[in-house]
Design a binder for this molecule. Sequence first.
Ligand code: FE2
Ligand code: FE2
Length: 385
Amino acid sequence: MKVKYVENAPTDPREFDLPENFSPKNIEDIAEIFQTPLTGHYNWDYSDADSRIKKLYELGKELNWDGAIDLDWSKGIGRDEFPVKAELIARLKGPLAALPEEDRLEYMRHDQAWALSQFLHGEQGALLVASQLVSCAPTYQAKLYAASQTFDEARHVEVFARYLQRIHGLEYPVNKNLKALLDKTLTDPRWDLKFIGMQIIIEGLALAAFQTTKETSNCPLLRQLVHYVIRDEARHVTFGINYLTEFLQTLSQEELEDRAQFAYEACVVMRNRIINTELPAKWFGISEEEILEMVATDETQDIFNNLLFNRVMPNLKKIGLLTDKVLPLYEKLNLLSFADEDNDFEVDWADMNKPLETSKEIDIQSEQQLKTSQKFMDQALQKSI
Ligand SMILES: [Fe+2]
Ligand SMILES: [Fe+2]
């Protein structure tokens, strides 16, 4: 076993061209240390009343899928195929549309590898937080649930890593904003804060981003992969909402405001994270500031970025973290309109109970969802003109 310790996360993308029969000797782990003060709880009451948390745990056990068996790895796209659907390529504008086709293909391969790499690093964060929660959660059922989530997150890390290595042959380092939020979430001594950061904000946003990937991806394998991940994440977010609603009610007003402020700051960081400034800077020589400015004034981007929050805001409201103090701050970010929206991931037990869908069924869903989203985007754009 070889482990190389680094002070900071790597900054360069990594190309994979591993020989078929490489052995563990070829691998060197790259590790970065973080310290966390962990306050653990034993729990000496193993009685198990029926509850939503128990139901979620049972569902987690029942619906375990195996990325090595249940995903058809032969259905991955080749490197000469566009990673997103043709109708979306047709809508491209700006410098990317002006590139020769070969370069556009290469850019889009890198662009998707960048986005999937952020999913991958986020999943590792979720794995670490879920495992901390096994120790930190004060109740018995939550510990069992967190253990089952830990295994879910391990499988998510596994499938995203495998997809990047096999299909794109590429992996990008963690984006600095995402890393900052992961650091903050993992090292805070208060377990419920870790939980808010990961389960409500990072996972809520990830759900929306996975959904977009399922709609827009040209790769049947990736559509199936994210669909299975989405099913698990819907359970995780539901657990977060149920558990936090009860726990936050036990805090004083001052402690609650603390959590509300943390959630707001996490939203600000995550709003920046979802913008890939690294790739356009490298390919088109546009500076990070210029890209952020372009995005800020681009209606489509703005609607899209805000849409990612349409799962987070109603959940923050539900658990009691949209306090009077932070409301004006969200108003400034233009995010408040989502707070009252119906949240379809609330507790859709019927959906969560369904057996795993086939690749064909997922493809049909993907087509329908893309049509609905495009219609929605067109309407939103019309309204804003
Ligand atoms: Fe996950
Ligand atoms: Fe998760």
